[in-house]
Design a protein around this ligand. Structure first.
Ligand SMILES: C[S@@+](CC[C@H](N)C(=O)[O-])C[C@H]1O[C@@H](n2cnc3c(N)ncnc32)[C@H](O)[C@@H]1O
Length: 213
């Protein structure tokens, strides 16, 4: 993602009641920030927030948190929050490396990863959000039986991620290398900003659902 510094973004996020920052985490108490109790689903690397916003509107009984590390990106997601999505959606500025500081064991029931940065060089493989290092962190916040859902147009990252979850002993629940040819799965699909761009460019979209068992 091309990042432009947006003057005042940090301060604007810190003032907003619907956005949480590194110094204001509710570990173990996220249910208290929502008007209704419900399962907590998160998206890591939420970007400008199209996906999580739509998802929250579609599923009013689930509470959602969108995690993003850059203020200049998260401010765009903040501006997308509507009165309706504010019922069950909040945003957090955090680097996912620190995710276990943010959630108690078993507090999150699903993780979405959409078009995560591929980090193609081997020496940065540990930074991939589907690396063994990150899966270990997810195992500390998800109860057994919960899933991650991952979409990407990057075929190398996808194959790496499939191997990574298999090596960890997670169960593969769903896998396609061409989401747009699976009409059943597409019925409930919410495209992200990157997905819209890449499908328009003719790229195939891979999707994996894997369960921590
Ligand atoms: C390629 S963009 C995809 C954005 C969005 N998910 C989409 O599909 O349109 C990846 C996003 O993940 C964020 N990101 C990357 N690494 C992250 C990390 N370790 N913690 C939190 N956010 C991260 C980036 O800042 C960026 O906004």
């Amino acid at each position: 993602m091309r990042l432009r510094n947006i003057p005042g973004a940090r301060e604007a996020l810190e003032k907003d009641d619907f956005v949480f920052v590194e110094t204001d985490l509710k570990k173990g108490h996220w249910d208290e920030v929502f008007p209704k109790k419900g399962p907590l689903h998160i998206e890591i690397g939420t970007g400008k927030g199209r996906f999580i916003n739509e998802l929250a509107l579609k599923n009013p009984d689930i509470n959602y948190l969108g995690l993003e590390k850059y203020s200049s990106v998260l401010i765009k997601a903040m501006k997308k929050l509507s009165d309706k999505s504010k019922d069950n959606l909040r945003l957090i500025r955090i680097d996912a490396t620190d995710i276990t500081e943010c959630f108690e064991r078993g507090e999150v029931s699903k993780i979405y990863l959409n078009f995560s940065d591929p980090w193609p060089k081997d020496r940065y493989a540990k930074r991939r959000l589907t690396s063994d290092r990150f899966l270990n962190r997810y195992e500390q916040i998800l109860p057994k039986g919960s899933c991650i859902e991952f979409k990407t147009d990057n075929n190398d990252l996808f194959e790496y991620s499939v191997e990574s979850v298999k090596e960890k002993g997670w169960e593969i629940v769903y896998l396609t290398r061409d989401l747009y040819s699976d009409s059943k799965e597409l019925e409930s699909n919410i495209p992200t900003e990157y997905e819209l761009k890449f499908t328009r460019a003719g790229n195939n979209i891979n999707k994996l659902i894997a369960r921590f068992i």
